[in-house]
Every structure is written in structure tokens, then in C-alpha cells.
Design a binder for this molecule. Structure first.
Ligand code: NAP
Ligand code: MG
Length: 481
């Protein structure tokens, strides 16, 4: 069995960019208009593949955030809380359909701005984002059925802050349930991936949503902090790191703001000796290398039953050698660019720590592009439970492997983490699956699959992975009192 990467060489199949329309400079989308930031400052959004400049993006300061929140509050009182729920639903359907029409452009921009493979943006991010809007559009006029015998009311202005790993998808996860339940929105995308949120603002404009119902303000952490601290924001919906989640909790302590926090993870992917191994290997690959490991619920801790460990590791290394790494816009690419130079530094820091800790390190033998932010898919084998690598979130394509003998041992090891976002279980036995799903402290447990999402199923964490659920009925409840 050869592990030479060249056995899997493909001809280039780079997606065109002729059809995308990006402005040179984006203002803030406040009260249905594009306005220049009061800060008078713009920053550059770049392509992590080649460090090329894509567009100038406005940096919102406290005054800009204040204008956006005031517009959202006015829209809530004057329009959005007065129209019928069915009308609200129609607007959300319209946004979803326009997104579908522009799916190809959105996918290319997402790939350019974030570094994720075009195939993922095209087949996962954008369709799932549309599905979330369709799903919640359908609930808008059925809230009495969702919550029978309860008189539910919207909260008011929702301040929503999202990360860079699934930019448009996270925007849809946040905006769809907020609008369906009658709230208005001020949303801030991450500084490195603002462009699809700004395209979404154009779509929202085209859909004729009343001014101020959705406002999109771009900027850095202080822009997010200003949203959280604003007295007229009644609900904070945050997806991002546990560290920032803790800061947010401090800010809102003692106020009557509601919050949902979707934070970090260090999820266990557990392979039993009766599992279909080739399928499991695909699941391991998908669990950790999907989106360069920039996935909060990435299956970053692999637990393999001891008697099959050698076989699984051999199959895994072989499969890793076939991964195509490089230009995210190439339709053959499996692993694109790391989102930013800072994130690449963080990942490399952890790889150094792993080497120093003495675990066996395996990296795919391939050449990386000589520009841009790239990282080889990496395995650490025989990692100790106490190792930094097994405990801390890396948020990159780095997998730790540990072995176990019994179910009780693996439950104890899998739960020995400050996080509890997701887990995967691979076995032939339904009884084992049910035994584990009830004992693993994780918000989502996948059985014989990994990283599967559906708008109808709730998502969220235990422990330091946050609280509150997004998706499904739970996701509606988080925007109602
Ligand atoms: P991050 O640094 O926490 O940033 C997330 C968002 O918060 C960004 O828009 C960021 O703006 C903003 N922000 C930064 N400081 C803030 C503050 N003091 N107050 C309010 N907002 C602030 O996280 P990240 O590095 O972008 O994303 C990676 C993390 O997100 C990982 O830990 C990952 O596990 C987690 N994540 C969790 C989920 C989930 O559903 N549980 C999903 C995706 C990601 P800037 O971009 O300008 O800094
Ligand atoms: Mg970018």
C-alpha cells in the first residue's frame, strides 16, 4: 500500500470568480441604509489563501452600535411587533429564496474570505443556511402550536455576535429564529469574515425587509462588546470562544438580558472494535479535518478500542495521504487555508507543544502552497489524558489519539474535559449507542456518523461549551419570554 500523495493527483478545477460582485468599500447596514462609520475607519478583508485584499470593511464604534440598536428598537416597536406573524414568515421565506438564487456567488465569496473549500461552502454552508431560514420561516405563524397554552412574547432587540468558521451559516442560525419570533436584530460578523454577512444585508435589502429590522455592523471585539453592553439590547446570542463567552457573562450579570452562548469544544469520537472501520475512518476524517478543524464540535479527541488501534491508525494515515490540500477555490480541495495568520500561529504552537510532550506525531507528506496560511493535517498518537493537546481546544486540523479497553473507561475519559459540545460513537450495537448517549456529557451525540446538522435538531453545549440551544423548537424558545 503506497502512501505517496502523488497517487491521487487531479487536474486543477478552480471555480471561477467572474460572477461575484464585491464592492470596494462596505459601510454599515443600519436602518435599511448603507452608512459610513462614525469612526471613519475601515479595515481590509483578505483571502487567507494568497493574502490578497478583497474589500474594505467599516469598523463600527460605540456610536455606530448605538445607532444600530436604536434603529432596531424603533423597528421593533413601530413595525415588526405590529405585523402579523404570517407576514414575518413571508419576509423570511423571501430572504431564503434570494439566498438560494445567489447561492453560487455566496459560496465563492465565503470560500475566498474564509479559506474554506468551495465544495464545503457550496454543498454545506450555503444550503444549510437557506434551510435554517426556510425552517424558521415556517414556524413564524405557528408559535401557538410550538408552545401550546403559553402566551409567548418576543424579547425586543437581539444583539448577535458570530465567529469566522461558518460565517453565513452562523448569521442564518442567529437571524432566522430571531425574526420568526418577532425580535429585531443587530448582528456583528467576525472581523476576518464579514463579506457574506454584508452580502446578506444586500439580500435583506432586496427582500424589502422593513428598515431597522436587521442591522449589520462590522468591526472587532470592541464592536461586539458595545453590542453586549448596550442597555437596549434584551437578548445576547453569541457564538465564539469560551474566553469571550465568560467576558459576556460578566457584562450582563445583574441585568435582565437573556443570553445563549455557544462556545468552544473538545469533542470525543469513539470507535469500538465492532464498528464498520472504513466508514469510521471517513467519520474521523470528516470529524476533524472538515473545514480545517475550524469546527466548534470537531471530533478532535479520538478514542479507539485498544485491540483495533493499530489497524485504525494505519487506515487513517493512508486516508490522510489522499487528502487534497491547497487552493480553497479548487473543487477537488478537501483541506483549504487556515482562516488567519493568528489562528495558524495558535495551531502551530499546539503542534510544538505536542512534539515537546513526546507523543508520536504524524503529518501528511505533501507540499503546502508557498503563500497563504496552511497547515498539514496532523495526528498525535498515544497522547496522555492530562496532555495539553488532549485538554485544550486547538481549532485546527490536529487530532489526538487515545486508546481504551472498556465502555466505562472510555466514558470516564471522554467526559474528562472542561467542554461538552458533541461526541461521536461508532459501533454495530444499538445498545452500546444508547448506553453511551445517556452517559456522555455532550450536547450532541452522533452515532455512526459525524458533523451532521439539521435545522430541526437543537445544537448546544454542556459545561464550558456554553448554554442554550440553537435549532429546532429550542432555538425558538431562546428568543421568547
Ligand atoms: P472569538 O474570539 O470569541 O470571537 C467570536 C466573535 O466575538 C467575533 O465576532 C469577535 O470579534 C467577537 N468578540 C471578540 N471579543 C469580544 C468581546 N469582548 N465582546 C463581544 N464580542 C467579542 O472566537 P473566534 O476565535 O472568532 O471563534 C473560534 C471560537 O468559537 C472557538 O472557540 C470555537 O469553538 C467557537 N465556536 C463555537 C461554536 C458553537 O456553536 N459552540 C460555533 C463556532 C465557533 P472579532 O472577530 O473582531 O474578534
Ligand atoms: Mg477574510
Amino acid at each position: 500500500m503506497s502512501t505517496e500523495n502523488k497517487n491521487w493527483e487531479y487536474a486543477d478545477a478552480v471555480e471561477g470568480t467572474g460572477h461575484i460582485k464585491l464592492k470596494e468599500k462596505y459601510g454599515l447596514y443600519i436602518n435599511g441604509e448603507w452608512v459610513a462609520p462614525r469612526s471613519k475607519t475601515y479595515f481590509s478583508s483578505t483571502n487567507p489563501h494568497d493574502e490578497a485584499h478583497l474589500a474594505e470593511v467599516a469598523q463600527a464604534n460605540k456610536q455606530d452600535v448605538d445607532a444600530a440598536v436604536i434603529a432596531a428598537e424603533r423597528a421593533y416597536h413601530d413595525v415588526w411587533s405590529k405585523i402579523t406573524p404570517a407576514e414575518r414568515g413571508k419576509y423570511i421565506f423571501r430572504i431564503a429564496r434570494l439566498m438560494q438564487e445567489q447561492a453560487k456567488e455566496l459560496a465563492v465569496i465565503e470560500s475566498l474570505d474564509s479559506g474554506k473549500p468551495i465544495r464545503e461552502a457550496r454543498d454545506i454552508d450555503i444550503p444549510l443556511a437557506c434551510n435554517h431560514l426556510f425552517y424558521y420561516a415556517g414556524w413564524a405563524d405557528k408559535l401557538d402550536y410550538a408552545f401550546p397554552n403559553q402566551k409567548k412574547e418576543p424579547l425586543g432587540v437581539a444583539g448577535q455576535i458570530i465567529p469566522w468558521n461558518f460565517p453565513l451559516l452562523m448569521a442564518a442560525w442567529k437571524i432566522a429564529p430571531a425574526l420568526a419570533t418577532g425580535n429585531t436584530v443587530v448582528l456583528k460578523p467576525a472581523e476576518t469574515t464579514s463579506l457574506t454577512a454584508l452580502k446578506l444585508a444586500e439580500i435583506i435589502d432586496e427582500a424589502g425587509l422593513p428598515p431597522g429590522v436587521v442591522n449589520i455592523v462590522t468591526g472587532f471585539g470592541d464592536t461586539g462588546a458595545a453590542i453586549v453592553a448596550h442597555p437596549k439590547v434584551s437578548k445576547v446570542a453569541f457564538t465564539g470562544s469560551t474566553a469571550v463567552g465568560k467576558l459576556i457573562q460578566k457584562t450582563i450579570a445583574g441585568t435582565d438580558k437573556k443570553a445563549t452562548l455557544e462556545l468552544g469544544g473538545k469533542s470525543a469520537n469513539i470507535i469500538f472494535d465492532d464498528a464498520p472501520l472504513d466508514q469510521a475512518v471517513e467519520g474521523i476524517i470528516n470529524g476533524i479535518f472538515f473545514n480545517q478543524g475550524h469546527v466548534c464540535c470537531a471530533g478532535s479527541r479520538l478514542f479507539v478500542q485498544e485491540n483495533i488501534a493499530d489497524k485504525v491508525i494505519r487506515k487513517l494515515k493512508h486516508r490522510m495521504q489522499s487528502l487534497q490540500i491547497g487552493n480553497p477555490l479548487d473543487k477537488n480541495t478537501d483541506i483549504g487555508a487556515i482562516n488567519s495568520s493568528e489562528q495558524l500561529k495558535t495551531i502551530n504552537k499546539y503542534i510544538d507543544i505536542g512534539r515537546k510532550e513526546g507523543s508520536e506525531c504524524f503529518q501528511v507528506d505533501c507540499a503546502l502552497p508557498n503563500k497563504g496560511y496552511y497547515c498539514k493535517p496532523t495526528l498525535f498518537i498515544n497522547v496522555a489524558q492530562s496532555s495539553v493537546l488532549a485538554q485544550e481546544e486547538i481549532f485546527g486540523p490536529v487530532l489526538t489519539i487515545q486508546t481504551f479497553r472498556t465502555i466505562d473507561e472510555v466514558i470516564q475519559k471522554a467526559n474528562n474535559s472542561p467542554y461538552g459540545l458533541a461526541a461521536g460513537v461508532w459501533t454495530d450495537k444499538g445498545s452500546k449507542i444508547f448506553n453511551l448517549t445517556s452517559k456522555l456529557k455532550a450536547g450532541v451525540v452522533w452515532a455512526n456518523t459525524y458533523n451532521k446538522f439539521d435545522p430541526a435538531s437543537p445544537f448546544g453545549g454542556y459545561k464550558e461549551s456554553g448554554f442554550g440551544r440553537e435549532g429546532g423548537l429550542h432555538g425558538l424558545g431562546a428568543y421568547l419570554k
